[in-house]
Write a protein that binds this ligand. Structure first.
Ligand code: CTP
Ligand code: MG
Length: 171
């Protein structure tokens, strides 16, 4: 296990704005363990950035998640997940199968997330306003995550060492 503080069998929900580095972090796990909303948009439409394909891609993501939770397979959801409505069905799928569900906040500063859009291909560029709104939503969601049913809330720092949040804020 790359991150010893994560159980062998759990659901990891990444939370962060576009450009925060979620997919970079997700690439440290075997590809079969990562449910990437971008990749599933590509799977249903041939275009990872096609926003119109999001709803179909979310349906597929939920189906795959259900199958993996039923098998108690370690799973990472790579999507922004900055809204409660996006997270709710993920938490519910884990709970249905008594799997621990852990939030990993990728709390890269908004300005960095915006800068990282520049070199991206046009179909993968998220407008600066949208990125800032996602970042704000990520910050605001933090205090409610435990009440939503997450068993633990961790932070991915810039080195991708996962630290328990309480340790993080006490430093
Ligand atoms: N990046 C970086 N240093 C890091 C993490 C990421 O320079 N520590 C860079 C990546 O190489 C990439 C960009 O930042 O070019 C965005 O990272 P990515 O993982 O793609 O961000 P996501 O959060 O997955 O963005 P999106 O939601 O748009 O998929
Ligand atoms: Mg990504």
């Amino acid at each position: 296990q790359t991150y010893p503080q994560l159980p062998d069998s759990c659901l990891v929900v990444l939370i962060g704005a576009s450009g925060a580095g979620k997919s970079t972090l997700a690439s440290t796990w075997p590809v079969s363990q990562v449910l990437s909303l971008d990749a599933l948009r590509g799977a249903v439409s041939d275009d990872c950035g096609l926003q119109e394909a999001t709803s179909d891609a979310v349906d597929v993501l939920h189906l795959l998640l259900e199958c993996r939770m039923a098998r108690r397979k370690f799973t990472v959801v790579d999507a922004t997940n900055v809204t409660k409505s996006a997270r709710e069905p993920l938490v519910a799928a884990a709970k249905r199968h008594n799997m621990p569900v852990i939030a990993v906040m990728v709390a890269t500063p908004a300005s960095v997330c915006v800068e990282r859009q520049d070199p991206r291909p046009a179909n993968r560029t998220v407008p600066a306003d949208t990125v800032r709104a996602q970042h704000k939503a990520m910050v605001h969601s933090h205090p409610t995550l435990l009440a939503e049913g997450f068993n633990e809330v961790l932070f991915a720092d810039s080195l991708y060492r996962l630290e328990p949040y309480l340790e993080q804020i006490s430093n």
